[in-house]
Design a protein around this ligand. Structure first.
Ligand code: SAH
Length: 228
């Protein structure tokens, strides 16, 4: 019985599956070697089973250094970009997060390992349904998702300490800036589809917005629902 409970304990944390080594290598060679230092971010990236966020046929490729298709013309971001965006918003156990662009749910899960609650909005209903069932299966009770156009944020749960947008918009949606709390951090790729986009960080300080260019990225486009 003691042995059994020890084994069970090990199975519940850390995540034990056949991809443990792949995940550790991913974190070492793609993430720490490229200067991501935040412990909580690294721990979360080592734990979340990325292979369960892509379709079964691509499972073996899930820990590669690239984005991958998740259906409906959308992609799960490259692991490094997920880690970079996670570190830059300074997550901790007290924070309330809004994510626009749930996609596979991977970025939401990485944040959910660290923060108090993640609210996440996905415009493609099928992806919202698939990610919700993933969160349930993997026990992410602190992720609350819905399907819809995230342009207007989620006023009922605002303000948010962190807002993370994972689709490239032509400009930063004003409602999201308004739903950022004091000292809140918002990260968003801005630019046209196909072109190189800028990853931008906004920080709200004394009610004013400070804007910082971070790097260049390539994301799928931020869409608007037609009935807006
Ligand atoms: N964070 C995701 C990456 C998703 S790709 C992951 O970890 O897998 C970007 C996602 O944003 C796509 O699923 C796309 O459908 C969604 N999206 C695009 N425009 C949106 C909008 N206005 N509101 C909500 N989701 C949007």
């Amino acid at each position: 019985m003691i042995i059994l409970s020890l084994i069970m304990g090990e199975y519940s944390f850390p995540q034990v599956d056949k991809y443990v080594a792949a995940r550790n290598n991913m974190v070492k060679f793609q993430i720490t070697d490229r200067d991501i230092k935040d412990d909580a971010t690294l721990k979360a990236m080592r734990k979340v089973p990325r292979h369960l966020f892509v379709s079964k046929e691509f499972e073996n490729d899930a820990y590669g250094d690239y984005p991958m298709p998740i259906g409906y013309g959308q992609t799960i971001s490259q692991p490094y970009i997920v880690a970079y965006m996670t570190e830059v918003v300074k997550p901790n156990e007290k924070k309330k997060v809004l994510e626009i662009g749930t996609g596979s749910g991977y970025q939401a899960a990485v944040l959910a390992e660290i923060v108090d609650t993640v609210y996440t909005i996905e415009i493609v209903p099928e992806l919202a349904i698939e990610s919700a069932s993933r969160f349930k299966k993997l026990g992410y009770n602190n992720i609350i998702g819905k399907s819809g156009d995230g342009y207007n944020g989620w006023p009922e749960h605002a303000p948010f300490d962190i807002i993370i947008v994972t689709a490239a918009a032509d400009e930063i949606p004003e409602p999201l800036i308004n739903q950022l709390s004091e000292d809140g951090r918002l990260v968003i790729p801005v630019g046209e589809q196909g072109a190189i986009q800028e990853l931008i960080l906004l920080v709200k300080k004394n009610g004013k917005i400070e804007k910082k260019h971070l790097t260049f990225v390539r994301f799928v486009p931020f869409k608007r629902s037609k009935n807006k």
